[in-house]
Design a protein around this ligand. Structure first.
Ligand SMILES: Cc1cc2nc3c(=O)[nH]c(=O)nc-3n(C[C@H](O)[C@H](O)[C@H](O)COP(=O)(O)OP(=O)(O)OC[C@H]3O[C@@H](n4cnc5c(N)ncnc54)[C@H](O)[C@@H]3O)c2cc1C
Length: 310
């Protein structure tokens, strides 16, 4: 209770260089309380190695979650994608799907457009790479552009192993959200909160937070998630309609570490040395998860409008 009462007054930035683990040890004396908050921290930061993550991230996220509850979307995140797609079309955007960008074209330190996998080139006076860090790095100078490599190479992404199951019904409705105190695992029966399954059916999402410093074993991770389902939702195998396992999906392009000084260690949107080439995504600027994706996109859009006026 004392942590939650002091939380709104805490200056998260002052903990940028402190790891979550150290902050928990310094702040919370009772071992069970510490275990509960450590488990919450692993869920909030999508990382099982709390010695790595900056306490700034966790404290900021706790503060935000006290003010704004989690929202589950009817139709899942596809609803966001469809809405964005529609808004873009209405604004006159031309969308080319089914073809990848293979390279950024530049001349005299100035961006000129992009090359597509169907061999066509799209000319443009401004280019925004809204991919993860690895993909962005590969697109400039065949992956050999040193100023960008220097930004990207030290970044540590946070990855999770995900097992999603679609079921004919939810075997145990009493435990829709489960946070494992002993292992870095999380389960949420999202169909309890949003329309993402047919009437009477259920959709459960489970994930294991991985340790970026360890290689890991996908087979063991899958078994660990099945075991969590066995404990929380016994009988799930008998009503299984479909399952999907993703062994190491990137949850965040760049984990703000204590070593790099939390959010202050995040890259800026401008690519050094190539005018009018920008980066946007969850690894650019401050904030966590999709917040910085939106924030950096907005920042870049405003920058482009200002440059264009000039
Ligand atoms: C299990 C899980 C749960 C999550 N839960 C939440 C949550 O509850 N709330 C939240 O805010 N965030 C959550 N996240 C994180 C969130 O999904 C990411 O922060 C967000 O998707 C980042 O968006 P982005 O647009 O920056 O990058 P991305 O979503 O990674 O999009 C980049 C896109 O670029 C495309 N691309 C890459 N290379 C090329 C190329 N050469 N040419 C063309 N296209 C290319 C990729 O295909 C991809 O579609 C979760 C993540 C996971 C894995």
């Amino acid at each position: 209770m004392s942590i939650f009462s002091t939380l709104p007054r805490l200056k998260a930035e002052s903990l940028a260089h402190v790891s979550v683990q150290k902050w928990l040890e310094q702040t919370i004396k009772h071992p069970v309380d510490r275990q509960i908050l450590a488990s919450t921290a692993r869920v909030f930061t999508y990382c099982s190695n709390l010695n790595l993550v900056s306490a700034e991230v966790f404290v900021k996220k706790l503060q935000l979650s006290l003010k704004h509850p989690v929202l589950y979307l009817d139709g899942g995140w596809q609803t966001l994608v469809d809405g964005l797609h529609q808004a873009a079309l209405q604004a006159g955007v031309q969308i080319r799907s089914g073809t990848r960008v293979t390279a950024v074209c530049s001349q005299d330190d100035q961006v000129r457009g992009v090359q597509l996998s169907d061999e066509t080139e799209v000319t443009a006076s401004f280019v925004v790479l809204a991919t993860g860090p690895d993909d962005a790095g590969k697109l400039v100078d065949g992956g050999a552009y040193t100023p960008l490599r220097e930004i990207i190479d030290p970044l540590i992404p946070a990855r999770v192993a995900c097992l999603d199951v679609a079921l004919r019904r939810l075997p145990e409705p009493r435990y829709p959200v489960v946070q494992d105190l002993e292992h870095p695992r999380f389960l949420s029966a999202q169909s309890v909160y949003a329309r993402i399954a047919p009437q009477g059916g259920a959709m459960i999402s489970t994930f294991k937070m991985l340790d970026p410093t360890q290689p890991g074993d996908p087979k063991q991770d899958e078994q660990a998630l099945e075991e969590l389902l066995d404990i929380v939702q016994p009988g799930w195998r008998e009503v299984l309609v479909r399952r999907s396992f993703l062994p190491h999906i990137e949850a965040i392009g760049m984990l703000p570490t204590a070593r790099a000084g939390g959010y202050a260690g995040r890259p800026e949107p401008e690519v050094p040395g190539i005018a009018h080439l920008y980066l946007a995504g969850d690894w650019i600027g401050a904030g966590f998860l999709s917040d910085p994706s939106m924030g950096s996109a907005r920042q870049v859009a405003q920058q482009i409008l200002a440059d264009n006026r000039r």
